[in-house]
Structures are given as C-alpha cells and as structure tokens.
Unconditional design. Structure first.
Lengths: 457, 321
C-alpha cells in the first residue's frame, strides 16, 4: 500500500467531495419528498401504509370502502397499492402519534379526528401542504369550507386534508313530540327544558339523555354552552385555561341540572358513555338527544325508533335569555370530521398524494355517505348527489354550515380530559345523591383548571 | 483454555479452595464473568430504559417537543414538586392515585389469598374429577384482561347489569345502585380483579402443597392432630415462603394493573379507581405530558419496591449464609 502524504488542502478537497456526495442525494431526496406534483415522471411504485380510525359501527362497510379506494388507486398507479391498520380508540391514536413522531418512523398517511390535528401539528411530524400539493389533489377550493378551518393553524400552514365530516345537530323522537303535543322544535334552551319536561314521566320516559361519564361528551356539551354564552374554555393565547370562568361554571351547571334540577334526564345517565346514550334513544323512551352526529343512525334504523327520529338544528339561546348575549355564537357544534395527514418522514409522499386524490374524488366521497353514513367534504359531491341535502341529511348539512372551529391549540387534548374529570365527579354525586352544590362544582372546576395550567407550563 | 483450567475456575466460582496455594484475588470474580451474558442484556433491557425514564421525568417532554425529544427543555424536579408537594397543582390527583392503587392492590391480594389457598387445599386432596376441576379453576386467569373488563362493565351497569338485578332480587339494594361511578366503583374493580386473579395464588399454593411429603401429614394424623391443627402447624409453615412470594408478586401485579380499570372506567375514571397506571397513561398518552408521566412512573416504581424489599428481607433471599 502506498502511503500518500495528506496535506490540509488535500484533506479539505476530499472531505468536501465526500460531504457533497452525501448531501446531494439528501438534497434530491428532500426535493422529491417535498411532495411537489411538479416532478416529471410518475412516482416509483410502492405499497403505502395507512393508519386510520376503525369504523366500529360498520367495520364491513369500512373494509368495502377501502376495497373500492384500493381498486381505483391501483388502476391509476400501476404497481402500487396500500395497506391499512386501524385504531379503535383515541388512546391508540395518540400512542401511535407519539411513537411515530419520536422515532421519525411510521405510516405514510395518518388519519386524525379534527381536534387532534392541532396536537399532530405541534409534533412537527407532518408535512405542511404547499399550493402544488393542494393542486395535485384538486385544490383547496373543492372542499366544504368549514372543514379546512381545522386543517392547520393558518391558511398557509395546512397539514391535514379533510376526508369526511361529522356534523353535530339535535335529534328528536317524532312520536314522543306528537304524544306530548309539541309542534315546534325548541330554539332556546328554556324551550328545550319545557319540551323535555312535557315528555318526562320520571321513571321510564325522559325528555333527554346525557353521557357525563364519556371521555368526550362532557367537553362537547360544555364547549357548546360556553360558546353560546360568549365565553371560551382557553384564552386566545392558548396558554391559560378558563375552565373556572363564570361561563364555564354556568355551562356545566346547566348541563348537570338536566339530571339534578330539571329532572329531564335519568339519574342513571350519570354513568352513561356516548354509546349508552345512543342505545337509550334507540329504545324510543328518550325525547331529544343534543349535539348528536350521524353515527347513531346505524343503530336507530334497526330499532323501535326507525323512521321516528328527525335531525334538526338545536337550541342556541342560553337558558334564561331571549337572545344571544354579547359575544355569544349561534353554534350548533364544532367543526368535526376525519382528516388525512402526510407523515413528514415518508419516502412515498408523491404516491400518497395520488391516494389522497382518489379519496377526495366525488365518487369515493359519495361512498363515505352511502356505506359509512358519514358526510362528504367535497362540494362537488353535494352537487352530484342531491340526497346528501335531503331528509335528515339536510339538517346535518345546515348544522355543518353553522359549526365553529375549536381553537387550534395543541393543548386541547389535556383540556378535554380535565373537563371530563370535573363533570364526571359532580355527575357521580348527582347519580348517587340526586343533587350537587355549586361550591363543589366550582371547586372541581378550579382544581382541573389548575391541573390544566400545570400541563400548559 | 484446558478442561482442567475450566474445572479449576468453576471450583473457584463455587467457593472451593484450590488444592494448592492460597486463593488468588482476580480483578473481577469469576461468577460475575459467568453472569455477564445475562447481566449485560438485562442492563440494556431494564436499566437503560429506567435511566431514560428518569431523565425524561426531568424534562418538559410533550407534544411540542416530541418530534425533537433530545432537545426537550430540562425542568429539573418540577414534575415531582407539582405532584408530591401538597401545595402543588397536581398533588390532589397524584395522592388520590397513590391511595387508590395501594388500597386496590392490598385489598385484592387480601381477598384472593384465602380463596386461592382454599381452592388449592381442596384440589390437592383426593377428589373425583380433580384434573378437570384443576383446569376449570384456571379459566378466569386465562381470559384476556380486556375481555374481563368488558364483561364486568356489563355486570355492573346501573339498572340493567346483573349485579343490580341480583341485589334487587335479594332485597340487598335498589336496582339503580351505581357501581361504575362513585365510591362503589372501587368495590366493582376489586371484585372484577379478584375474580380474574385468584387462580394465581391457587397455582402458587398448589405447587407448594405438592412439595410437602405425604409422610409428614400421615405422622401428624397418627399423633392425633386435627385437620385444622395440621394446617396451622404443618401445612401453612411449609407453604409460607411460596405464599410470601405469591403475595409480593400479586401486590405488584395488582398495583400495575392498567387494562382492567381502563376498560371498565375509561380515561376519566372516578377518583376511587384512578389508579397510578391509569393516571400515568392519561398523562403520557392522552394529554401528552410525557415528562409528568415519567415522574409518576418513577414514584410508582419506588412504591412498588416496598413489597419487594419486604419479601426479600423476610425470605432472606440474597443471604449467603
């Protein structure tokens, strides 16, 4: 072996060349991975991996839908395909998000619910869509506008593509309304309480139902009432919890009073989760269910209430008031639905965009409605298929237009849990004793607000 | 190395003197070299993650920093103080969880001990269908925990659950007794876990009973000892070391039980059943406060060392004499 004499200059030349050799593929790779649709040729064939929410109500319909998507995707992208794995709970969803973000390794496409998109955005593990990327799948303009409000922190930093909507509206039992002589759906919460009282017999039949033991229902309802009252659950900076504000206390008290004061919901509801409320409505003994998505239809269409239930807009005027207070919003619910995101460390981003293009095509979007009873999010679908704005879906469409986005804060997840803790605690008291005290409610909300504050740092 | 040399090293390892000359002191005693193939993986698998968890507990690792977790801000003992300082914002939740976990694990162990030992005594004797019964006894233990959780949630549903219906039929309580919320939730959890875990003590006790020679019992009987006296004076002392291990392991297992309370009560459980694993899970994986979750894990580990140390001291495990 010949020993070459290494000068400083020689070393720098070789090291520079080495660094360039290492950097150029990286640079090229990063250019490709930008996902721009402007690249000349089609993406290299590959098998994409998806991590999506399990449709626990209609697993077969979900499998059927994915078969249709796969057939279309494989036809448009010869040699490529995809596999999907599902999560059945928010806990699985967040666990996968954390591990993938920390390891920088995971599925090419993640599906998130709207309120988890801010958390996903905070991890920095998902690609911000460029205009080219949006154009590749049809442009931002093809989507139902409210859905994009939960796609990212600002219009130029969107990370999530809407794939389906979950509008919130009120559903009522028409037979019970008729039997109680109620001709109009309540538009104020005072009217709601009066109507519910009319339908309540205190033993087997109740004006409404609630699910305070659910992981999500408490914050859904409290957010609704607080928004209508003109308040917020967190201040505009996202750094300060407002769970102990007057509006929050008032909102919690009103909801809990359905069991404790107005007696329009059964005490047994104190242990209810969301699915229990859906089942209770299916018995035909519950008059109204507030802030309900289309998910219950699958159960109700095969129950005594089949053909007897109707979705409408829910009340918006707070209890004791005749109009919205200053700052109050006529909210029907928050912008809700499912979103697909591109994992930043995916090596198949361009191919993943091709898959998203298939998912948001009007034909596949219609199948979300047809097979899974979910609301499409692409405007052309509503034009092409009129049944999407008919019957119960007309009210759900209106409700989607009157939905407000929740603040795009990454700490929204902790807030959901803390609201649930306080409600669960007081609802337990009501379930066991039939009543609660305002001081206990305030103490519980102060405690969870402190805990929220600690997690906000 | 020659066979003779290897034999010599083994002899040294066993503590035997070499036939010639004084024992030489080596830099690292041979037994440790022999243990290294298992000690090194053990260190990598157990101690490195523990050290990592300790480090995480001192950082503000959360959803904003997890993408670049090596640069999560160092917050020192903040999480420990937030939880353990009685004036800390998380102290109520922290202490509630510690209390719930201790009561749940100790109570469950106390309940399963007599059930397990009783079943073992019954099936250790001559009994028709003994093999079949021994297999049946294991059923609750082999059913997946999440299935148990779902079953017991249905049992304890207010009004419609079997528990309420039986209580109402026997006039022991109203049909709308709440088991899944409020103070009774602790009893619901204990009952569900007792049902699922008593076969563990049964297995330990049965294994210990089968090591007792039949002559010992025969001799006692010939001497006129009653069955109760035989159990107290002979059987119990002979199975006590195994039972001690069973109690320690059982307490630790119940303390660490996450799946059952999670399936029965979800991520926002009543205070009475907000056990530490559930609280740690919610903090780490629902609210993304991984630093706090790690701090709670470290505290849980320290608490769990208590039964382990008590058992080791009582059984004198590790003593060389």
């Amino acid at each position: 072996m010949t020993s070459a004499r290494w000068t400083r200059r020689h070393f720098l030349q070789v090291a520079g060349a080495g660094a360039a050799a290492a950097a150029v593929p990286g640079f090229l790779s990063s250019c490709l991975s930008s996902g721009s649709s402007s690249s000349s040729g089609p993406p290299k064939p590959a098998t994409l991996s998806l991590y999506v929410a399990k449709d626990t109500a209609r697993p077969q319909a979900q499998a059927q839908l994915f078969d249709m998507i796969k057939a279309q995707f494989e036809k448009e992208n010869p040699g490529s395909s995809f596999t999907y794995d599902t999560y059945a709970s928010a806990a699985e969803e967040t666990t996968k998000l954390e591990t993938s973000a920390a390891a920088q390794e995971g599925p090419d496409i993640f599906e998130f619910g709207s309120t988890l998109v801010p958390t996903a955005n905070a991890t920095g593990a998902f690609e911000v869509f460029t205009d080219d990327m949006w154009n590749h799948i049809g442009g931002k303009k093809i989507f139902f506008p409210p859905q994009l409000t939960m796609s990212g922190p600002s219009p130029d930093k969107l990370i999530a593509v809407p794939v389906s909507g979950n509008p919130w509206a009120m559903v009522h039992n028409k037979a019970m309304f008729q039997a109680a002589g109620i001709s109009q759906v309540p538009t104020t919460w005072d009217d709601f309480v009066s109507a519910a009282k009319e339908m309540t017999n205190g033993t087997t039949q109740w004006g409404t139902a609630m699910a305070p033991a659910d992981g999500f229902d408490p914050w859904h309802k409290i957010w609704l009432f607080v928004t209508q009252l003109g308040g917020q659950l967190m201040d505009s900076t996202g750094k300060k919890g407002l769970l102990d504000s007057n509006e929050s206390v008032e909102a919690c008290a009103f909801w809990l009073d359905w069991m404790a004061k107005y007696k329009i919901a059964a005490r047994q509801d104190a242990a209810f989760k969301g699915a229990d409320e859906v089942r209770a409505f299916a018995t035909g003994k519950i008059g109204m269910s507030v802030m309900t998505g289309p998910g219950g239809m699958g159960t109700w269409d095969n129950s005594p209430v089949a053909g007897q239930y109707e979705y409408t807009l829910g009340p918006t005027i707070p209890v004791g008031m005749s109009s919205l207070p200053p700052g109050g919003k006529a909210a029907q619910g928050f912008v809700s639905g499912q979103y697909y995101t591109l994992f930043k460390y995916s090596k198949n981003q361009e191919l993943a965009l091709n898959l998203l293009k298939v998912v948001v095509s009007p034909e596949i979007q219609y199948q979300y409605f047809q097979l899974r009873k979910q609301q499409p999010v692409v405007l052309a679908t509503f034009d092409k298929y009129p049944e999407l704005k008919q019957g119960n879906w007309a009210a759900l469409y209106d409700a989607a237009l009157k939905a407000y986005p929740t603040p795009f804060f990454s700490a929204w997840g902790p807030l959901e849990v803390e609201v649930g803790k306080a409600i669960n605690k007081i609802a337990s008291q009501i379930g066991i004793t039939g009543s609660y005290s305002m001081s206990d409610l305030k103490a519980a909300l102060t405690q969870v607000n402190q805990e929220l504050q600690a997690s906000l740092g | 190395m020659s066979i003779k040399g290897a034999a010599l090293r083994v002899a040294v390892a066993a503590g035997l003197r070499t036939p010639r000359g004084p024992r030489r002191r080596s830099a690292l005693p041979v037994p440790y070299w022999l243990l290294s193939p298992s000690l090194i993986p053990l260190a990598v698998i157990v101690f490195v993650p523990m050290a990592f968890a300790l480090y995480i507990s001192l950082t503000g690792l959360n959803q904003n920093t997890i993408g670049d977790w090596t640069h999560a801000p160092f917050v020192g003992l903040k999480h420990y103080l937030d939880g353990l300082d009685p004036r800390g914002p998380l102290a109520p939740s922290f202490y509630t969880s510690i209390k719930a976990s201790v009561i749940f694990s100790v109570a469950t162990t106390l309940f399963i001990l007599p059930i397990g030992v009783g079943a073992a005594l019954l099936l250790n004797g001559r009994l028709r269908g003994r093999t079949f019964l021994r297999a049946v006894m294991l059923l609750p233990y082999i059913i997946p925990t999440f299935v148990n959780g779902i079953l017991w949630r249905l049992v304890f549903m207010t009004d419609t659950g079997i528990a309420d219906q039986i209580m109402a039929a026997l006039h022991l309580g109203p049909r709308d007794t709440f088991w899944l919320i409020g103070p009774r939730s602790l009893w619901a959890l204990i009952l569900a876990d007792v049902w699922a875990s008593w076969p563990f003590i049964y297995l330990m006790a049965l294994a210990a009973l089968q090591t007792i020679p039949a002559d010992v019992h025969d001799a006692a009987r010939i001497d006129g000892a009653t069955p109760v006296r035989i159990f107290r004076r002979i059987t119990l002392p002979l199975i006590a070391p195994t039972l001690g291990l069973g109690i320690a392991l059982s307490t630790i297992n119940h303390f660490n039980n996450f799946a059952l309370p999670y399936v029965m009560f979800g991520p926002t459980p009543p205070d009475e059943v907000n056990v530490m694993p559930l609280n740690i899970y919610v903090n780490s994986f629902i609210t993304f406060n991984l630093g706090l979750g790690a701090a709670m894990s470290v505290v849980a580990l320290l608490i769990m060392l208590t039964p382990a140390v008590i058992y080791l001291r009582a059984a004198r495990i590790g003593d060389t004499d």
